[in-house]
Design a protein around this ligand. Structure first.
Ligand SMILES: *[C@@H]1O[C@H](CO)[C@@H](O)[C@H](O)[C@H]1NC(C)=O
Ligand SMILES: *[C@@H]1O[C@H](CO)[C@@H](O)[C@H](O)[C@H]1NC(C)=O
Ligand SMILES: *[C@@H]1O[C@H](CO)[C@@H](O)[C@H](O)[C@H]1NC(C)=O
Ligand SMILES: *[C@@H]1O[C@H](CO)[C@@H](O)[C@H](O)[C@H]1NC(C)=O
Ligand SMILES: *[C@@H]1O[C@H](CO)[C@@H](O)[C@H](O)[C@H]1NC(C)=O
Ligand SMILES: *[C@@H]1O[C@H](CO)[C@@H](O)[C@H](O)[C@H]1NC(C)=O
Ligand SMILES: *[C@@H]1O[C@H](CO)[C@@H](O)[C@H](O)[C@H]1NC(C)=O
Length: 454
């Protein structure tokens, strides 16, 4: 059996199982939708609300059309494992227009495909031949059989501006985006398309969360943030994709309104994260006077960067602080992954050297534990005796969600992490202010409690 046929059968089969339990017009309306498409438990075992009802994009689309009271949508669409396929990666909005969605105030999307153009898809020239044959009669036959030819003829009657619309442009017509206060986009297809056209419509936006991840098109994020109404953002989180010197651009536009700022990258197995230096952080002190929460990458290299901590301590309103530290040492980053040919060569080269980048040497120094964290926590609080800083969380290593897609081989970095939480709340001086909540002695294979291969 051809693989394509097999996939077709498998996906038809799973779609049918799902179809039984999906929300349909006439069912009672929810106020919020939070779901993963396709369904089933995700690898974190997170409890999904509305689990049974919204496991297809079509069912969510139907609910948005039928239930004007839905205010919040939190949706992730993805390939789960090797065999769970979503019915599609975006909502089946009609190209003819005229549909009306509930006016959401909160939109959180992961994996959604904004850029798809149905008109482009139904064109003969963009029609993939079923058996990848280039013989035109077969290609034509497939175009006819797939139903795209009929769609093409139907859409040809629409005026050129309408039929050209992308999925996002159709959604933009179907909903009043001016009411959206909270927006989160993570690894969406065509996320840059969203960035390019939506800023002028988002006039009430207060909370923005962007994660560029693999698409890594951070170059549209800054223009998007700049195109929002000035001093309207209260909470901004931008993970991944950041280019080094954007802080100033963002602060000039939204510094006066920002209460919470998260701007950081996750650690990769080969390169260190980018961190702001003390001079760049000075901008924050001056330009974001109301900041109560800050979350950033911090570099250390043999010693702690006290100049960075001193600058942070100058923030007048700061209450909570998340500091993200890399876990891998420079030599570990250069070390090839195990079981590769490069690794064997690397081992041979190391044979006669005393420094082997093993054990503790694989981890960045200084090591983060309750004692080193307490030193920094006290330092920050002593710098500012008014003591507004109530909590500092030290994050070390890889906190990204573990992979739940098709098979791949994991790196040394994956899942290696630690978290130390420091707070004086409900504790008297002298009681342990800092507690290692995860990754106790992460550098010591004999002492740590988590199971990792070394
Ligand atoms: C939406 O909310 C209004 C006002 O609370 C209520 O009257 C109406 O019945 C609701 N509509 C649906 C479809 O639930
Ligand atoms: C959404 O808002 C628009 C404009 O404010 C309004 O015309 C439309 O009826 C609203 N849609 C729903 C479903 O309430
Ligand atoms: C439709 O889109 C194509 C390419 O996406 C563009 O060249 C063309 O100008 C567009 N036409 C209209 C009427 O917007
Ligand atoms: C962003 O980067 C991509 C790929 O490097 C490029 O094609 C695109 O033109 C850039 N966009 C802007 C606004 O600079
Ligand atoms: C750490 O410091 C050493 C010595 O000053 C330098 O050679 C190395 O490049 C630094 N590493 C990083 C990641 O900055
Ligand atoms: C400490 O915080 C107060 C406001 O709480 C501020 O006025 C002062 O400048 C800060 N001191 C230092 C040394 O940053
Ligand atoms: C390591 O030392 C041994 C014994 O002295 C020698 O035979 C071998 O060639 C050395 N390996 C390398 C990579 O220099």
């Amino acid at each position: 059996m051809r693989l394509t046929n097999l996939i077709l059968i498998v996906s038809l089969f799973t779609t049918q199982i799902l179809a039984a339990a999906q929300w349909k017009p006439g069912d009672s309306c929810p106020d919020t939708i939070r779901t993963l498409v396709p369904g089933y438990a995700d690898h974190h075992g997170e409890e999904q609300e509305d689990r049974r009802s919204f496991h297809t994009m079509t069912s969510v689309h139907e609910a948005l059309l039928q239930c004007p009271n839905i205010t919040s949508l939190d949706l992730r669409v993805t390939l789960l494992g090797c065999s769970n396929w979503p019915d599609r990666f975006n909502f089946p909005l009609s190209l003819s227009g005229g549909e009306k969605y509930a006016n959401l105030t909160q939109v959180k999307l992961e994996g959604y495909d904004f850029a798809e153009s149905v008109w482009e898809k139904v064109q003969y020239k963009n029609n993939p031949s079923y058996h990848t044959s280039r013989w035109w009669p077969e290609k034509l036959l497939y175009w006819l059989q797939s139903g795209k030819a009929q769609q093409y003829l139907g859409y040809r009657k629409l005026d050129a501006g309408q039929r050209n619309k992308t999925n996002l442009e159709l959604w933009a017509d179907a909903m009043d985006w001016e009411r959206v206060e909270t927006l989160a986009l993570k690894d969406c297809r065509g996320q840059e398309h969203f960035m390019e056209i939506m800023a002028p419509r988002l006039r009430s936006l207060k909370n923005l969360e962007i994660e560029d991840g693999w698409s890594n098109l951070g170059n549209t994020t800054v223009p998007f943030i700049q195109a929002l109404e000035p001093d309207t953002l209260h909470n901004l989180a931008w993970r991944e994709g950041r280019k080094a010197d954007v802080l100033d651009l963002i602060l000039r536009r939204h510094g006066n309104s920002l209460r919470s700022l998260e701007i950081r990258n996750g650690e990769g197995p080969r390169s260190s994260t980018k961190a702001f230096n003390s001079a760049q952080l000075q901008h924050l002190v001056r330009s974001a006077p109301k900041l109560e929460h800050l979350s950033i990458n911090v570099h250390r290299n043999v010693s702690w960067p006290y100049d960075v901590f001193d600058t942070i301590a100058e923030m007048k309103e700061l209450i909570t602080l998340d500091l993200w530290f890399d876990i891998l040492s420079d030599c570990q980053r250069q070390k090839p992954e195990m079981y590769t040919r490069q690794y064997i060569e690397w081992e041979r080269e190391m044979e006669n050297k005393t420094f082997k980048c093993s054990g503790e040497e694989r981890y960045q120094k200084p090591l983060v534990d309750d004692i080193s964290a307490l030193g920094i926590f006290k330092h920050i609080r002593q710098k500012n005796t008014s003591g507004t800083v109530q909590k500092v969380v030290f994050w070390v290593g890889d906190w990204s969600r573990s992979w739940d897609g098709p098979l791949y081989s994991e790196s040394f970095l994956e899942g290696r992490r630690a978290r130390v939480v420091c707070t004086p709340t409900d504790k008297s001086e002298g009681e342990a202010w800092c507690v290692v909540e995860e990754g106790e002695a992460y550098w010591d294979s004999g002492r740590r409690t988590e199971y990792w291969m070394d």
